[in-house]
Design a protein around this ligand. Structure first.
Ligand code: ADP
Ligand code: MG
Length: 607
C-alpha cells in the first residue's frame, strides 16, 4: 500500500488552530488587548464595528516591532515571550503560545502598522488568509495598530454561527472588562461604531472598578486583603445586601489573568453562607497572586483555566479571608440599630485548638423519664441566662474576655438607645412584634431562633470548648453502613460540639454524651438531619463541614412556628437576635424580621 499521511500546509494548520483560539470577535479582542499589554503600552484604544464582524482594531503606544519581527509575528509558534519549556513556569506575560496572530491572520483580513521608538519609519503589512498581500514602510507613531477585518470571511460556517450583534457586543464588552479590571494604571478606551463606550484613565483599582461598573458600585465594596506564604489576595466583594439576582459581576483573576474556576468560586460564595437570600449572588472582584511555579496556565488554548498545585489550601484561605472581611464590614442590619463595625467575627476558627477533648459535665438532675420539652425547645427561658451556660468553661482568660466585651458593646449600643420599650407581643404563634425607635418590627420566631442557635453553635465549635452532658444510659442508634462511615469521618467535628461516642461500629453508634444544649430525645433526628445536610453540601474545607453542622443543628433545635412563647421567652429572642453578628438573616438566608417605619404607618392614615 502506498503512504497516505501528509503534513498539512501551514495555512490549513493555522485555520485549524484558529478554531481553538478564535471562537468569536471577542476572542480577537482578548488576544489583541493582551498583546498590547505585553508590549508595555500605557494607553490602548479599541475600535469595533458591527459587533466586531467588520472591524476590530487595537491601537497601542507600546514598544512596537522591528521590520523582521513584524513579519515573523504572524508565523505559528512565533513568540518573543518564552524561549524554552522551563519558561512556561515563570510566566510574566499574557501570551506565550505564539499562535494568536497566526490564527487570526488565517481567518481574516489583517492590517498591521508598527514602529519602535528609535525607528524613523514603521512597518506596514497586509495579510489575508495567511497570505502576505503587502509589505512596505509607513510613517506612523510609536506603538502598534492591528486592524482585523471581515472575520471568518473564508469560513462561512463560522461566520453564520455568530450570534446577533447585541450578543457579540456583550461578549466583547465582557472581554474588555476582564482586561481593564486588572490593569487600572493603563488607560483604555472603547468605541463601537464610532461611539465612545468607555474612556478609562489611569487610576487605582477601586476607581477602575467604579469607572467600569458604575458610580453606585463604590458604596457596595468591602475590601479584601490577605498575604500568606502561598498567596496574596486583594480586591473587593460586595456587601451582602447588594447581592444580585443575576450572577453578573463576578471577577476572579489569578496572576493578572481572568480565570474561571468553579472550585475557588465556591470558596468565595460559600463565605457568604447565611448572609444571602436564596437565589441571590454576591459580586466580587478578587485578585489572587500565587508563585508562578505553583500553577499551570497552559492547559487551555485561551488560558481561562489554570491548574493549581495546592487548590485545597487556596480554597480554605480564600474562604476564611472573605468570611473575615464580611464579618468586619458587613455588620449593619437593615434597621436603624448602630452596630460596631470594629467587632471581629466570632467564628474565630484559627485560634481554637483542633482536637481538644470536650469537657464533661454530669447533669445530676437529669431524669430520663421527665420530658421537659419546653426548656429544651428554648434553652434561654426562665432566668437561665444563656451566657451562664458557659460559666464552667476552662477557656483561656483572653477568650472569655473577648466574649464578654462583645456582649457589652452590642447590648449597650442596641438597647439603651434604640429600643424604646421592652414590650413584645406574639401573634399567630409565629411572629413576635417589638417596637424600635423608628417603628415596629415583626420577627419570625423560628427563623430568629435558628440564627441565634447557629451563631451560638459556631462559636461553641470554633472558639470555646464544648460542654457535654454524660448520659446515664448510653444510646444505641442504628444507621446504614455508609452513614456510619460518614459519622466516623465527622466524629472529631461532632465531638467538638459536645457529642461523645462510646463506639462507632458496623451499623450502630453508641452515644454516651451529648451537647448541653440539646435533649436526649433529639439526638437521632439531629444526626440524621446532619448527615442529610452534609450529603447535600460540598464539604470541601473542614470549616465548611462545621458550618453545615451548626446550621443543621440550629434548624433541628429552633423553636417551631406555632409554639406559644411566654413574655420572657419573646424578650429573650429579641435580645439575643440583635446580639447576633448577622441578625437580619437566618443561617439559610431568609429574613429573620421585617420592619415597618412609623412614618410609613402614618402615611397609611394620611397623617
Ligand atoms: P504571543 O502573544 O503568544 O507571543 P502572538 O501571536 O499573540 O503570540 O504574538 C506574536 C508576537 O508578536 C509576540 O510575541 C510579540 O513579540 C509580537 N507582538 C504582537 N502584538 C504586539 C504588539 N501590540 N506590540 C508589540 N509586539 C507585538
Ligand atoms: Mg498574544
Amino acid at each position: 500500500m502506498s503512504d497516505i499521511i501528509q503534513l498539512l500546509p501551514d495555512h490549513v494548520a493555522n485555520q485549524i488552530a484558529a478554531g481553538e483560539v478564535v471562537q468569536r470577535p471577542a476572542s480577537v479582542v482578548k488576544e489583541l488587548l493582551e498583546n498590547a499589554i505585553d508590549a508595555d503600552a500605557t494607553s490602548i484604544k479599541l475600535l469595533i464595528k458591527d459587533a466586531g464582524k467588520s472591524l476590530i482594531q487595537v491601537i497601542d503606544n507600546g514598544k512596537g516591532m522591528s521590520e523582521t519581527d513584524a513579519r515573523l509575528s504572524f508565523e505559528r509558534h512565533a513568540t518573543s515571550k518564552i524561549r524554552c519549556a522551563e519558561d512556561l513556569f515563570q510566566l510574566n506575560t499574557k501570551g506565550f503560545r505564539g499562535e494568536a496572530l497566526a490564527s487570526i491572520a488565517a481567518i481574516a483580513h489583517v492590517e498591521l502598522k508598527t514602529k519602535q521608538e528609535q525607528q524613523e519609519l514603521g512597518s506596514h503589512l497586509k495579510i489575508e488568509g495567511s497570505e502576505i498581500m503587502l509589505q512596505d514602510v509607513i510613517s506612523t507613531s510609536k506603538g502598534t495598530s492591528i486592524a482585523v477585518k471581515n472575520l471568518f470571511y473564508n469560513i462561512p460556517a463560522r461566520r453564520n454561527f455568530l450570534k446577533s450583534n447585541q450578543v457579540e457586543t456583550r461578549h466583547i464588552i465582557d472581554e474588555f472588562q476582564r482586561v481593564v479590571l486588572v490593569h487600572p494604571t493603563i488607560s483604555f478606551s472603547l468605541y463601537h461604531n464610532e461611539n465612545e463606550v468607555y474612556r478609562l484613565n489611569n487610576c487605582n483599582l477601586r476607581q477602575r472598578i467604579v469607572a467600569v461598573l458604575g458610580k453606585k458600585t463604590n458604596e457596595k465594596l468591602i475590601p479584601i486583603n490577605e498575604k500568606t506564604d502561598v498567596l496574596e489576595l486583594t480586591g473587593f466583594v460586595s456587601k451582602p445586601e447588594y447581592s444580585k439576582k443575576k450572577r453578573g459581576e463576578q471577577f476572579f483573576f489569578v496572576n493578572q489573568r481572568f480565570i474561571k474556576n468553579p472550585y475557588l468560586h465556591h470558596a468565595i460564595v460559600s463565605a457568604f453562607d447565611g448572609l444571602l437570600s436564596s437565589g441571590y449572588h454576591p459580586s466580587y472582584f478578587l485578585y489572587l497572586t500565587v508563585p508562578t511555579n505553583t500553577i499551570d496556565i497552559n492547559i487551555h488554548p485561551t488560558k481561562t483555566e489554570v491548574k493549581f498545585d495546592n487548590e485545597k489550601i487556596l480554597y480554605a484561605i480564600i474562604r476564611s479571608t472573605v468570611k473575615h472581611s464580611l464579618g468586619q464590614y458587613s455588620v449593619a442590619p437593615a434597621i436603624d440599630f448602630n452596630r460596631d463595625a470594629t467587632l471581629d467575627t466570632p467564628y474565630n476558627f484559627k485560634n481554637k485548638k483542633i482536637y481538644s477533648e470536650p469537657k464533661i459535665e454530669v447533669n445530676r438532675d437529669f431524669n430520663p423519664f421527665k420530658n421537659d420539652h419546653k426548656v429544651t425547645a428554648f434553652p434561654y427561658s426562665k432566668n437561665q441566662d444563656w451566657e451562664s451556660l458557659y460559666v464552667d468553661i476552662k477557656a483561656p482568660i483572653s477568650e472569655i474576655r473577648n466574649i464578654e466585651v462583645k456582649h457589652e458593646i452590642i447590648e449597650s449600643n442596641l438597647f439603651d438607645s434604640d429600643r424604646v420599650s421592652s414590650k413584645t407581643f406574639q401573634i399567630h404563634g409565629k411572629y413576635i412584634i417589638s417596637t424600635i425607635k423608628s417603628g415596629v418590627i415583626f420577627i419570625n420566631q423560628n427563623l430568629a431562633h435558628q440564627r441565634i442557635l447557629y451563631e451560638e453553635f459556631l462559636e461553641t465549635i470554633t472558639v470555646k470548648e464544648a460542654m457535654s452532658q454524660q448520659l446515664l444510659f448510653p444510646l444505641d442508634i442504628h444507621f446504614s453502613k455508609d452513614d456510619v462511615q460518614m459519622i466516623r469521618e465527622i466524629q472529631g467535628d461532632l465531638e467538638s460540639t459536645g457529642f461523645l461516642f462510646d463506639r462507632i461500629e458496623d451499623e450502630t453508634i453508641i452515644v454516651k454524651g451529648i451537647p448541653t444544649t440539646i435533649n436526649e430525645s433529639q439526638v437521632t433526628i439531629i444526626i440524621e438531619q446532619l448527615l442529610d445536610d452534609i450529603k447535600n453540601e460540598i464539604p470541601d474545607a473542614s470549616f465548611s463541614q462545621l458550618d453545615v453542622m451548626a446550621k443543621s443543628m440550629a434548624k433541628s433545635l429552633a423553636i417551631k412556628n406555632g409554639a406559644y412563647l411566654s413574655k420572657e421567652e419573646q424578650e429573650n429572642i429579641v435580645e439575643h437576635l440583635f446580639a447576633c453578628k448577622e441578625s437580619n438573616h437566618s443561617p439559610f438566608g431568609k429574613p429573620t424580621f421585617i420592619s415597618m417605619e412609623t412614618k410609613d404607618i402614618d402615611k397609611k392614615f394620611e397623617l
